[in-house]
Write a protein that binds this ligand. Structure first.
Ligand SMILES: [Zn+2]
Length: 253
């Protein structure tokens, strides 16, 4: 250290150097909290935009249909429901009507006992019908992903290719997810899924992460992580109703 001219000229006390270094480290550590606090206040200031809106929150799967299951046994249906409940709570707090397609471990087919095939389609159709019954402004379906590769991670939002507004909603939600969880190479994708196709209202499906990735499986079962996901989806909804424009694809070059 003695070689530095600063230390030769000023000869600062060792305690002072340590104090400055500690302050700098604390500043670096706290900076993300400062940013997330500022983001949170910005979203809260716009929460009026969702008041009086009707939003169907769909926790994918349920009952005898677990959805995908991670290696350590975390079931998609439970993750979906936990996030759907948190998202609904945020929406209700802001004055929206949140209609959950299910609030427990069951599906929506007749008697809630349909195994697969046609009856499973009845379950999906019932979810779509709920949006019509309540004349919903939005339909948000929550799912988790699973593929043979264990490295893939990150949330991704899907929309129907024929709906411009759904694309805007999906983009705004994806942008909030990137803000919360950092950059991934994932961006929104158009898909002709049944629950997106059947809607008159704006709709999006969010795959909240990969249960096939052991690290993400653990995270998806963590209430703190679930809450962050719910908040990010909520922030996207708020910005959608506040009229934010569709964001550009940041992964496009
Ligand atoms: Zn699913």
């Amino acid at each position: 250290m003695r070689n530095f001219i600063f230390f030769r000229v000023f000869r600062p006390r060792r305690q002072a150097v340590f104090a400055v270094m500690a302050l700098l480290l604390a500043g670096c550590a706290l900076y993300p909290y400062y940013i997330s606090g500022r983001e949170r206040r910005a979203v809260e200031a716009l929460s009026w935009s969702v008041a009086s809106k009707v939003i169907v929150v769909d926790a994918g799967h349920g009952g005898i249909d677990p959805g995908c299951v991670g290696k350590s046994g975390i079931r998609e249906k439970d993750v979906n429901l936990a996030i759907a409940k948190r998202l609904s709570a945020y929406l209700r707090q802001a004055g929206a009507t949140a209609v959950m397609t299910r609030e427990g471990d069951y599906d929506l087919s007749e008697e809630g006992k349909a195994p697969s095939g046609v009856k499973h389609k009845d379950d999906l159709a019932a979810r779509v019908e709920l949006a019509e019954k309540y004349q919903a402004d939005l339909f948000i379906s929550i799912h988790a992903n699973s593929i043979p590769l264990t490295e893939c991670w990150g949330a991704q939002v899907f929309y129907h290719p024929k709906s411009k507004e759904s694309k805007r909603l999906a983009g705004l939600m994806q942008k909030e997810l990137i803000k919360t969880f950092g950059e991934t190479d994932r961006w929104i994708k158009p898909e002709d899924f049944f629950v997106l196709r059947g809607h008159k209202c704006t709709a999006a499906i969010i795959e909240v992460g990969f249960l096939s990735n052991p690290r993400e499986e653990k995270l998806l079962a963590d209430p703190i992580h679930q809450n962050k996901l719910a908040w990010s989806i909520y922030a996207g909804v708020i910005r959608f109703f506040a009229g934010d424009p569709a964001p550009e694809d940041p992964t496009y070059d």
